[in-house]
Design a protein around this ligand. Structure first.
Ligand code: HEM
Length: 448
């Protein structure tokens, strides 16, 4: 692979411009990329190869496809790509100064502090704190023919976030916070991207203010507490040389973390639910695995024992990457495989597209968890072929948290319920924001 991190005279001379075309007047390829992102990306890849430009979302966007491109962008050797300038257009107003929107040395500094809130002993505590609220949540579920999985899982993960992240027992304050949080998250996908009264954008700005005021009002109490919730952990988090977060940092990181954790875990669980409904033999296999464990609540040491569940989770993350594409902006001229990406280009890599490349995956559209079995390990064909959590300096800090949360929830559900869909059913995926079941995924839910 001829990639370089610094632009030498000789490379600059030889480098070609990025191929591409603008698409329709005004709209460009916005509709294509929202309605059928996979088909659209495949056409671009077949026509132009790994890198091409188009007009999408009212701006010139450079798409980079495949594992080599993922590696180049995620590794970001030489600090070529800015995260903050990439994400800013989409979520900057609502999640400003969240860790994913920081760059380079400042980002590394914040990450070193935050890492302390995600170490193994802390994760063990999060899991302990989570099991009872999960049980309380799913005990309220009742067997029915049209059980909407997305609605139920969203509520469960949001309630968990309030308890495990904020340390709030559910009451009137929690529902105000939940609403503020939902409004803030929804605003990122507004079509009208300015504050029309009553519109998504202005609700998002209001929601952000409510969250800021709430977190700020609790800081002193949390700094003094010995609580196990993420909020207390961030207040206490400290590097070996004594670096800590300021009050503003804690507030910004909490608001970002709530968002990063909630939708992504919900999407993963919905995808697992769907494929386990379509493949009842896998559902039963996982149930037997959970029964064999012999306990109602999963503990941290059990995570690696859940072999079947691990494979199904990996396959769900492959089939539906919760963060389907990841933006960056070049802060200098960059040469990638002899193509010049000029400074200030909006660049997007696509875990979603990579996960469906037949060049790397056997029958990529098929649900086949055993592709992750030790004797196959299709994901090992390239270190950046399976990238639901990204890679490099900004790689998801919550990936182990996600693992334990998703598994702890699914374990309890499997022990209590079975679920199915009609054989002809196919779940529509709404890709206008993050990929969610377009029909909220109705299943037939029964007690086992
Ligand atoms: C299945 C669930 C999840 C998926 C698929 C996922 C995916 C991702 C991806 C792709 C990124 C990289 C974005 C980039 O490079 O610009 C990321 C970053 C991040 N994720 Fe996750 N995530 C998940 C769950 C979580 C959870 C549960 C948490 C917190 C508890 C979390 C916290 C974060 C944070 C803080 C970052 C930014 C890290 C940084 O910039 O240094 N994520 N996630």
């Amino acid at each position: 692979m001829t990639v370089s991190t610094t632009l030498h005279e000789s490379e600059f001379g030889k480098a070609k411009p990025i191929p591409g075309d603008p698409g329709l007047p005004l709209l460009g390829y916005t509709l294509h990329s929202m309605l059928d992102p996979l088909g659209f990306s495949r056409k671009r890849y077949d026509k132009y190869g790994e890198i091409s430009w188009s007009n999408t979302f009212g701006t010139r966007m450079v798409s980079m496809f495949g594992p080599d491109a993922n590696q180049f962008v995620f590794q970001n050797r030489g600090d070529l790509f800015s995260n903050s300038q990439g994400w800013d257009f989409f979520i900057g107003k609502f999640f400003r100064r969240g860790i994913m929107l920081l760059d380079f040395e400042e980002h590394r500094h914040h990450r070193r502090i935050m890492q302390n809130a995600f170490k193994k002993p802390v994760l063990v505590q999060y899991l302990d704190e989570m099991n009872h609220p999960i049980e309380r949540g799913i005990q309220k579920w009742l067997p029915q023919d049209d059980f909407f999985v997305l609605t139920a899982i969203k509520k469960l993960t949001l309630d968990l976030a309030t308890e495990v992240f904020m340390g709030e027992k559910l009451g009137s304050e929690a529902s105000v916070l939940n609403k503020a949080f939902v409004d803030t998250v929804r605003a990122g996908s507004s079509v009208v991207r300015y504050p029309v009264p009553g519109g998504r954008w202005s609700k998002g700005l209001k929601g952000r203010k409510v969250l800021e005021a709430y977190f700020m009002s609790k800081i002193a109490e949390k700094r003094a507490s010995t609580g196990n919730d993420l909020f207390s952990q961030l207040c206490r988090a400290e590097t070996e040389d004594g670096q800590k977060f300021s009050d503003d940092d804690v507030v910004n990181h909490m608001i970002f973390l709530m968002m990063a954790a909630h939708d992504t875990s919900t999407i993963t669980l919905c995808t697992m639910f769907y494929h386990l409904a379509k493949n009842p033999e896998w559902q039963e296999k996982l149930r037997q695995e959970s029964i064999a464990l012999g306990k109602g609540h999963l503990e941290h040491d059990d995570l690696d024992k859940m072999e079947g569940m691990t494979k199904v989770m990996k396959e769900a993350l492959r089939l539906c990457a919760p963060v389907p594409s990841v933006p960056r902006r070049t802060v200098k001229d960059v040469v990638y495989k002899n193509t010049l990406i000029p400074k200030d280009s909006l660049v997007v890599v696509s875990p979603y597209f990579t996960h469906y490349m037949p060049e790397y995956w056997k029958n990529p559209k098929q649900f086949d968890p055993d592709r992750f079995a030790e004797d196959r390990r299709e994901d090992k064909v390239h270190p950046y072929a399976w990238v639901p959590f990204g890679g490099g300096a900004h790689m998801c800090i919550g990936l182990h948290f996600a693992d334990l949360q998703v598994k702890a929830i699914l374990h309890q559900i499997l022990l209590r319920f079975k679920w199915s869909v009609d054989p002809g059913y196919t779940m529509p995926v709404d890709m206008t924001s993050l990929p969610v079941p377009g029909d909220k995924l109705p299943v037939r839910l029964e007690f086992i």
